[in-house]
Design a protein around this ligand. Structure first.
Ligand code: G4P
Length: 288
């Protein structure tokens, strides 16, 4: 399996969230707009089933705008759910976020009944960046690997609007095998938990049907269709100088470059999964 498991953390987070929920009016779940299905946490869905929810598709600047629209429609069709797309670094996300939450809990607001919202998301989805933007701060460097513990926060975004950070770490949880590949490719799980070559091959296989032209342009390939996924990864290595003495391609280096190019947006704005695809994978996983 591609991903490490953190049952201890999971157990304490579940307990801490469950204890906090009675004082919470609505839950914000931050999702990665490039992988909205795979970056969702099923534990959170289960715990917060009865609560109004705001789903934020973060990193929309890196995601395919047409597919972000599809996902927003899909999420808004769910019960008690609002959805919006954001770039966590944008200057003033607070008004959009506050308005969407207020719309979810019309009975709350004012000094007597302030709106109390809990914000959750798996590591690396952009929660610290968003909180810093909400605070009007420039992003503070928190660490290179997902999962660096941050101190708990309670922010007053308006005189009657309180945002609580998640108590504990909400680790990603795999519902479908494709999810592990997408999380690894996007940086949502730690480097030690997966094999770069395996993940890069899965990433290229996923991206090529929808975005063949982007890969062809980036790596100066004439006929992408003629290449296997391995052939494509070799081409990445050759094009980006990932060569061993004697001219053989260093596949490890090539994989790191492919993953880096995807994460940095060098392939353009790409989304790895549509609502339909994710639904089909989930149905297949449940049937298995
Ligand atoms: P977390 O608290 O949920 O773990 O995530 P964090 O805010 O630390 O963000 C993880 C990485 O994602 C950071 O990059 C951050 O800059 C980037 N990020 C967050 N939101 C967005 C967004 O909306 N768009 C884009 N393009 N990037 C976003 P990093 O590589 O770890 O650090 P750095 O690049 O900021 O140095």
């Amino acid at each position: 399996s591609l991903i490490q498991w953190f049952p201890g953390h999971m157990h304490s987070t579940r307990k801490a969230i469950a204890e906090r929920l009675p004082e919470i009016d609505a839950v914000i779940e931050l999702l990665d707009a490039r992988l909205p299905g795979s970056s969702a946490n099923p534990l959170l869905a289960e715990l917060t089933a009865a609560k109004p929810k705001l789903k934020i598709l973060n990193k929309q600047d890196l995601a395919d705008p047409a597919l972000t629209t599809l996902w927003l429609d899909h999420l808004r069709a769910q019960a008690q759910t609002q959805a919006l797309a954001l770039d966590a670094g944008e200057a003033a996300p607070a008004q959009k976020l506050i308005a969407a939450c207020r719309a979810l809990v019309p009975g709350r607001g004012g000094m007597v009944k302030p709106v109390r919202v809990m914000i959750c998301g798996i590591p690396n989805v952009g929660k610290s960046t968003l909180i810093n933007s909400l605070l009007g701060k420039r992003s503070a460097k928190t660490g290179d690997e997902p999962g660096i513990t941050k101190t708990e926060q309670r922010l007053a975004l308006a005189s009657d609007f309180i945002l609580f950070d998640t108590p504990g770490m909400l680790w990603p949880r795999l519902v479908v095998p494709e999810g592990g590949e997408h999380l690894a490719a996007s940086g949502g799980i730690g480097r030690n938990a997966y094999d770069d070559v395996e993940v890069a091959l899965a990433l290229l296989a996923r991206v090529r049907p929808r975005y063949a032209d982007r890969l062809a342009a980036r790596y100066k390939l004439a006929d992408l269709a003629a290449d296997s996924d391995e052939g494509l990864l070799s081409a990445v290595g050759r094009q980006r100088g990932g060569l061993l003495p004697g001219g053989r391609v260093n596949m490890q280096k090539a994989a790191e470059m492919a993953i880096h190019d995807f994460r940095s947006g060098a392939w353009g704005r790409i989304t790895l999964e549509t609502p339909d695809e994710f639904g089909q994978w989930r149905a297949a996983a449940e049937a298995a």
